[in-house]
Design a protein around this ligand. Structure first.
Ligand code: ANZ
Ligand code: ZN
Length: 795
């Protein structure tokens, strides 16, 4: 008798599967319905880790389930292979970033193959391949043609250490997320995508995702988009030189206008310096030094001590003509609303703190403890403002346009040429891709504030495509979130040379039916991919507006209740786990640990237990002695088998993968008992049960399942044999307990078939020994029967 040897099975089956290529999209039966299963593609930094092992195990249950159910499945894999880690590694190792990138990709690809994820490897892509980023550049140009990509000067978060611009979310408590340096502000001319133009649609289209996306992700998206209804109100400012100027504020509470006792403009907005009286200019200048150090989050915190500078000028309150002072402060943000507010200290907490600190007037508009119809008051104020021409109702969004320029090397070059005469000129489509030079490496990649590409003379200097005069390429590269905003469409045909994807193929396969990935992408990646999808829809290339029909966020793999980290020394190495327990036990452990959304604490799970279970399951296949195709046999075991198949389907559909595993474990136990305590290995019911175990197990532990399948006398691969058919007759429970009552008191319990009729049950009840004894000769006046559960006798 051979023994169960996970390592040997891994070596045995991988080449067989590679030859069979069972997961190629398009290989299902003619006319089979399609499913697109997608897992967030990895960054090629290092080898796979426990997090990958978890998400891939969960994701693969669904993908393999769909194949078994007869769908044609697209389950692709690729790499999000541009980005800083490769660039930093290249500087350290004095290499070109592509070396690190493609080395790691090979390592990870090998690991994914060993991990036996049911990917269609023919769809493989890397965003750093010119064949890919050519189309990222193409999309940039198309967006620009639609007015959705533009350049502007703007203050940006600047990391003095990494010498690069940071997105807001890369600034954590005023520090650079990567290196911890204090982030400062800097003016730069940069490229933006106009996401704000899609703000309302990004909100509205979420209605369709209500039941299929995690509610917390939807909430995070809504909050990020941040829609506020309110009004723009114009204030006339009386400047120190005697002139006037109109300034607009955004307020959600126009009804509180009579209580606006001062105005505040963002200290770092250009406006502040423009309107400041000469006597306040120096104070403002000094104040700005501190302001630039604070993050937006700090600035908006209510508990932060209020600071500011009196600009030495006044404004006229449009509803009562009062002259109110104008201040500059950091609690007003330059890039939200209009960058200026009317302050109503009686009804707004931050304004109140500011007024108290600087001794400014506090005038209530209404009694906060008495009933007050806010909505009505807002509406009528907006009416009056609009009639007087001093304001109007408006909607404001927190969402900002997407800053996509990066002053780094390892990204898709922005396909623009700057010409002294013609200005900004698009690289002609036929000249795409604008390739990254391959002769820049090591120290030449060190960040200096401009992209390393700017210093690459032979790359950056080109003739203007329009006039032919000497011109310069744009030396910035695109944010890697641009690459990942459309990769799910490139998978449809990653070698297509005529476009980013074929709209006809997109109609067949997209949108993605199930997207699986981490909640760390709950905001940006998903928002940007949704934005891209809407633009492509508007370009007539897609017939849908949401890219991901359903979303599943897996939990984290933690250890001892804490995230695994180097500093805590609680990291678990995936390679070691696989070496010790095998791929199948590792996958099974991940899936069995709990609901997919929950964190997995490595302290609480048992890969050794998973391994023992797989051994038990595998041993069944050695005990089956009935021939292939044998049917019938022990009914109790058959019922257990068919019940498991029916349950498994419902459990996978509702993503309760851990319960699925529990059900398979139960079936293994029941089958073992049946073999040992009666029917023996020759009973066809044992074959049926064991084949079912192999098929269901193939979604979780593919190597063990394949080996079982072979030992049961079948050719590979169990992954494509189809979902076992449930016999509905075997789902019917074989007996139910009927209760017999006399005068409301239980007198007997009878085991009866669930299909029993009222008449049969009545006869059975009246004839039963217990009832005859209880009646003691009394004649029933009335017998109420509710087959198969209840008989009520009245005497
Ligand atoms: C007067 C007022 C009275 C306000 C009141 C609120 C309560 P949301 O809901 O987040 O959109 N505001 C406007 N622009 C701002 C900026 N650039 N930086 C900081 N605060 C700003 O908030 C809108 C409210 O936040 C606006 O309504 C404004 O204060 C303030 F009892 O105006 B309100
Ligand atoms: Zn020119």
């Amino acid at each position: 008798e051979p023994s169960y040897d996970p390592a040997a099975l891994q070596l045995k089956w991988r080449p067989v599967w590679e030859k069979l290529d069972p997961f190629r999209a398009g290989s299902a039966a003619e006319g089979a319905p399609r499913k697109y299963a997608l897992t967030m593609f990895p960054y090629p930094s290092g080898d796979l880790h426990m997090g990958h092992a978890e998400v891939m195990a969960l994701h693969d249950v669904l993908a393999r389930y769909w194949w078994l159910k007869g769908y044609d499945v697209l389950n692709p894999i690729g790499w999000d292979s541009f980005g800083l880690p490769a660039e930093n590694a290249a500087i350290k190792r004095d290499q070109h970033p592509s070396v690190y990138t493609y080395d790691n990709i090979e390592t990870q690809a090998e690991s994914f193959k060993r991990y036996a994820v049911s990917f269609d490897w023919s769809r493989r892509l890397h965003t750093s391949d010119p064949e890919y980023y050519q189309w990222t550049q193409w999309l940039f140009l198309k967006f620009r043609e639609r007015g959705l990509a533009y350049r502007k000067d703007s203050p940006v978060n600047w990391c003095p250490q990494d010498q690069t611009v940071l997105a807001n979310e890369q600034v954590v408590n005023g520090l650079c997320e990567r290196c911890g340096a204090v982030v400062t502000k800097r003016e730069l001319n940069q490229w933006y995508f106009k996401v704000t133009e899609y703000a309302q649609r990004l909100l509205d289209d979420m209605d369709a995702l209500q039941d299929t996306w995690p509610s917390r992700v939807l909430a995070m998206q809504r909050n990020w988009i941040g829609r506020s209804e309110g009004a723009h109100v114009d204030f006339v400012i009386n400047l120190a030189d005697g002139s006037t100027r109109s300034i607009t504020v955004f307020t959600t509470r126009p009804d509180t206008l009579p209580g606006a006792t001062f105005m505040v403009v963002a200290a770092d907005a250009a406006l502040a310096a423009e309107i400041a009286s000469p006597s306040a200019a120096a104070d403002l200048e000094n104040y700005l030094v501190d302001v630039r150090k604070a993050s937006d989050i700090d600035r908006l915190a209510t508990d932060r001590p209020k600071t500011g500078v009196d600009l030495g000028i006044t404004a006229t309150n449009p509803v009562n003509g009062q002259q109110i002072p104008v201040w500059a402060s950091d609690y007003v943000l330059a890039d939200y609303g209009t960058g200026a507010i009317m302050a109503v200290p009686a009804h707004d907490e931050r304004d109140r703190e500011f007024a108290e600190k600087f001794g400014l007037a506090i005038v209530p508009v209404y009694d906060e403890d008495a009933p007050y119809d806010k909505a009505e008051a807002i509406k009528s104020t907006i009416g009056s403002l609009e009639a007087a021409g001093t304001g109007s109702g408006t909607v404001n969004f927190r969402l900002r346009d997407w800053l996509l320029s990066r002053q780094r090397f390892w990204g898709a070059p922005i396909p623009i040429i700057h010409c002294g005469d013609c200005g900004e000129v698009a690289v002609p489509y036929e000249d795409l891709p604008v390739r990254l030079p391959d002769n820049i490496s090591g120290a030449a990649l060190k960040p200096v504030g401009t992209s390393p590409l700017a210093a690459a003379e032979d790359w950056v200097n080109v003739p203007c495509p329009t006039c032919g005069k000497p011109a310069k390429r744009d030396s910035d590269t695109m944010d890697t979130f641009v690459d990942s905003s459309w990769y799910f469409l490139r998978y449809l045909d990653p070698t297509l040379e005529t476009g980013p994807f074929d709209p006809a193929v997109a109609r067949e396969w997209a949108p993605v039916d199930q997207y699986v990935g981490g909640v760390e992408h709950a905001i940006l990646h998903l928002l940007y991919a949704r934005f891209f999808t809407k633009v492509l829809h508007d370009m007539g290339m897609l017939d849908f507006v949401e890219p991901f029909t359903a979303l599943l966020n897996q939990g984290q793999v933690i250890n001892g209740g804490k995230a695994m980290s180097k500093s805590l020394g609680n990291g678990v190495n995936l390679g070691d786990v696989i070496d010790e327990f095998g791929v199948d036990a590792t996958r099974l452990t991940m899936v069995f640990a709990g609901p997919p959304e929950d964190d997995i604490d490595w302290q609480d799970v048992s890969p050794a237990g998973s391994l023992r279970f797989l051994q038990r399951a595998w041993r069944l296949s050695g005990d089956v002695t009935s021939p292939v195709g044998a049917t019938g046999g022990d009914v109790a075991l058959r019922r257990a088998t068919h019940r498991t198949i029916a349950d498994a389907e419902a459990l996978v559909e509702s993503h309760r993968f851990n319960v699925l595993v529990a059900k398979v474990m139960e079936l293994v136990n029941v089958t073992r008992k049946a073999i040992d305590s009666g029917c023996g290995g020759a009973d066809p019911a044992v074959r049926e049960a064991t084949e079912t175990v192999a098929i269901l197990l193939s979604m979780v532990a593919p190597y063990a399942a394949e080996e079982m399948w072979e030992r049961l006398g079948h050719p590979a691969t169990v992954a494509r044999v189809g979902w076992p058919t449930v016999d509905p007759d075997l789902l019917v429970e074989d007996s139910v307990t009927a209760v017999v009552q006399i005068q409301g008191k239980v007198k007997a319990r009878l085991e009866v078939p669930p299909t029993i009729t009222d008449a049969e049950l009545e006869a059975l009840a009246l004839g039963s020994e217990d009832v005859v004894r209880a009646l003691a000769g009394a004649a029933p006046k009335k017998v109420i029967v509710r087959a198969p559960k209840l008989v009520n006798i009245v005497i």
